[in-house]
Ligand binder design. Structure first.
Ligand code: CMX
Length: 134
């Protein structure tokens, strides 16, 4: 069902302040920024090998990322796994009792279709399933 880790999401207060560490100090390739209006975040993608890091800055106080930062401060926010068939993956997990935040796919960065599993049913890790796009 899963084909690889697509990216790891890291919540930050400011992309401008966080990007130089990943790009300049760790030497990752900067792959651009994008606002995901529906998720109320601005994201920056950085690449190392075939793996990606997604830095997330909230664009409003109601953003899920703003709430996360308020409670925890900056840190790992979610892990995103790539799937070939998102609807099939959602249906399988639901039928097996997983608590899906998204029962139908929604739109993420780079036009990817995504769905989240609630951290309470995935060992405390907010888990994203993501189909193609990037
Ligand atoms: N990782 C792990 N646990 C998390 C978490 C996270 N990122 N965010 C919240 N939680 C925990 C809280 O700490 C809390 O735990 P306790 O009850 O033990 O204190 C619990 O989940 C809260 O759950 P809730 O009351 O159901 O929900 P919240 O209002 O806090 O929202 C969540 C949490 C995960 C449902 C919400 O953030 C959400 O829907 N996330 C999916 C969308 C999203 O995160 N979008 C941003 C990224 C977009 C992108 O990558 O494109």
């Amino acid at each position: 069902m899963l084909t690889k880790i697509n990216h790891i999401g890291i919540a930050v207060n400011s992309l401008d302040e966080a990007i130089p560490f990943y790009r300049d100090n760790l030497g990752m390739a900067f792959r651009g920024m994008e606002e995901v209006v529906e998720q109320q975040v601005k994201v920056a993608f950085l690449e190392v090998g075939e793996s990606k890091i997604e830095l997330l800055e909230p664009t409003s106080a109601e953003s899920p990322v703003a709430k996360f930062l308020e409670k925890n401060g900056p840190g790992v926010h979610h892990i995103a796994y790539q799937v070939e068939d998102l609807e099939a993956a959602i249906a399988k997990l639901e039928s097996e009792g997983a608590r899906m935040i998204d029962k139908v796919p929604r739109l993420g960065a780079h036009g990817a279709r995504i769905a989240f599993i609630h951290p309470k049913s995935s060992n405390g890790v907010l888990t994203e399933l993501c189909q193609a796009g990037h």
